[in-house]
Design a protein around this ligand. Structure first.
Ligand SMILES: C[S@@+](CC[C@H](N)C(=O)[O-])C[C@H]1O[C@@H](n2cnc3c(N)ncnc32)[C@H](O)[C@@H]1O
Length: 222
């Protein structure tokens, strides 16, 4: 489904000021773009200090804004490639007055341009697009090429927390973790049957739960 461009999008993005970075799109080759470093100064971004968690593909930001409100001593960077979607996340964050979230409009391929190596404690992959067609395997956010990016960004012993409703994509992800030599610490194949304390439900999760779908979850150490 094609989404209409939100009205006054540019002005609304501008109004988000210091909580938002929009990736420089001049370099179309993503590999080259990632190499032209514009690394965040995390100390300046989050002067209060504390661990930094990264959500890749945050959509409208329901998860990250709720997490940030629940965990004021943790800092969050939320990444989304579609500005039309991300604007809602940024505006909600401003409305809540949260000081521990920074938003980055950028494709996950370009993360090394902005995020310093070894600076992230945890990565969330919530309901990433499963992209079942073989031709799109490389675009899946748990494809080994992305896992290698995440490993570089994560601290030693850092973790990936994944949730999805798609069993085939989940199984594919488990194989990718194994292929990259990552340690799968826990696997849950029905989150409703084995809930964990502090689970924050994302927009997609709510929809899939209402449809009676099972939610799959893995915690992985790099
Ligand atoms: C199915 S939605 C899930 C949104 C949200 N995490 C949730 O659970 O409700 C997946 C999101 O990931 C984003 N996405 C997909 N590939 C991406 C990439 N390579 N870089 C950044 N974002 C990406 C999409 O634009 C979309 O908003």
């Amino acid at each position: 489904m094609r989404m209409h461009k939100k009205s006054h999008l540019e002005e609304r993005l501008d109004a988000c000021g210091p909580i938002l970075t929009v990736a420089d799109l001049a370099q179309k080759n993503m590999k080259l773009a990632a190499m032209e470093r514009r690394l965040f100064d995390l100390q300046a971004l989050f002067p209060q200090g504390g661990p930094v968690h990264l959500e890749v593909g945050c959509g409208k930001g329901g998860f990250v804004n709720q997490m940030a409100a629940m965990h004021p001593s943790v800092n969050f960077i939320a990444v989304e490639k579609i500005s039309n979607v991300m604007i809602e996340a940024c505006e909600e964050c401003l409305k809540r007055g949260l000081n521990n979230v920074h938003f980055l409009i950028c494709a996950a391929e370009v993360l090394p341009k902005y995020i310093p190596e070894g600076s992230i404690d945890r990565i969330y992959l919530n309901f990433s697009n499963p992209l079942p067609k073989q031709g799109f395997v490389k675009q899946r956010l748990t494809n080994p090429r992305f896992l290698r990016i995440y490993r570089a960004l994560l601290k030693e012993g850092g973790e990936i927390w994944q949730k999805t409703d798609d069993e085939d994509f989940f199984n594919y992800s488990l194989l990718s973790y194994e292929e990259e030599g990552m340690r799968v610490l826990s696997v849950c194949r029905d989150l409703a049957a084995q809930p964990f304390e502090g689970n924050v439900i994302t927009e997609h999760e709510r929809r899939f739960m209402a449809e009676g779908k099972k939610i799959f979850r893995a915690v992985v150490r790099v």
